[in-house]
Design a protein around this ligand. Structure first.
Ligand code: SAM
Length: 285
């Protein structure tokens, strides 16, 4: 009979967050598949366990998944863990889970900590529906393009971000999303845990003034439902309205183009034509 693949969540900082079930499963399985054997060995030792561990990470995923599936088919049970939090959530594991399920093996989640859910639960932002967007691209151009795609999402959006990119990321976020509420969670469950709440610009300024590093989750308010007025008002007025909210002209044009299903160049043309037609502000007095 085949063994079971357990997908086991581990703490994201505070070791007390390991569940009783996780401890039992980690002690009962034949082998623990983990990202970093040294790190997982330290956790297992802390828990008083001596289960063997093998590495499973993005560089050996394909070969290792095949080996682990073959062991599972032979009757071994395997616990998949990542360095911290829930495996497969911006972490390796997806391929193993997929291949195990395809081979008819039982895949059982053992839930516990995840930075996304922890940050969201204390964010004070709407939690009835949310979009987990993981890490943004590291390169600025690709990051901005992705943020632009997400700017119209109505649900709360959750991002992970590396400490050395948090400043640039919040800058791009403010530009693409406009003046929205954000909750930035730093070092969750650890000694220096904190959640900064406010507008994106205010939180970005607070973080810029405080150079301490840490692990971050950024939770952002979703886009407001487009009001019919915004969709029907003259294009130039809608662009001006967004600019008054702090959105750059380029982003305002992109937003309006998306709202109306028009190409950007058409929105630009409308504004330019309008500007040429109407008297300047000074002339209007
Ligand atoms: N699988 C993990 C989970 O379930 O949360 C996430 C792994 S991902 C590679 C690591 C990222 O998660 C970090 O860069 C950070 O954005 C976020 N993260 C992990 N632990 C955190 C913590 N204690 N506080 C804040 N963010 C954390």
């Amino acid at each position: 009979m085949s063994g079971t693949l357990y997908v086991v969540a581990t703490p994201i900082g505070n070791l007390e967050d390991v569940t009783l079930r996780a401890v039992r499963v980690l002690g009962e399985v034949t082998v623990v598949a983990c990202e970093d054997t040294r790190r997982t060995r330290a956790l297992l030792t802390h828990l008083g366990l001596s289960t063997p561990a093998v590495s499973y990470h993005e560089h050996n995923e394909t070969a290792r998944a095949a080996q682990l599936v073959s062991r599972l088919l032979d009757g071994d049970s395997v616990a998949l863990v990542s360095d911290a939090g829930t495996p497969c959530i911006s972490d390796p594991g997806y391929r193993l889970v997929r291949e195990a399920a395809a081979a008819g093996i039982d895949v059982v989640p053992v839930p516990g900590a995840s930075a996304c859910i922890a940050a969201l639960s204390a964010s004070g932002l709407a939690t009835d529906a949310f979009l987990f967007a993981g890490f943004l691209p590291a390169k600025r151009g690709a990051r901005r393009a992705r943020l632009e795609e997400l700017a119209g999402v109505r649900e709360t959006v959750v991002f992970y971000e590396a400490p050395h990119r948090i400043g640039a990321m919040l800058e791009d976020l403010a530009e693409a999303f406009g003046p929205r509420e954000v909750a930035v969670a730093r070092e969750l469950t650890k000694v220096h845990e904190e959640t900064l709440r406010g507008t994106i610009a205010a939180v970005a300024a607070a973080l810029a003034a405080d150079r301490r590093r840490g692990e971050f989750v950024v939770v952002v308010e979703g886009a407001k439902a487009p009001d019919r007025k915004a969709e029907t008002m003259p294009i130039r007025d809608r662009v001006a309205e967004l600019e008054a909210e702090g959105v750059s002209r380029m982003d305002a044009v992109k937003r309006v183009a998306k709202e109306r299903g028009l190409p950007k160049r058409e929105v630009y043309r409308e504004i330019v034509d309008d500007e040429n037609r109407s008297p300047s502000r000074a002339e209007r007095g």
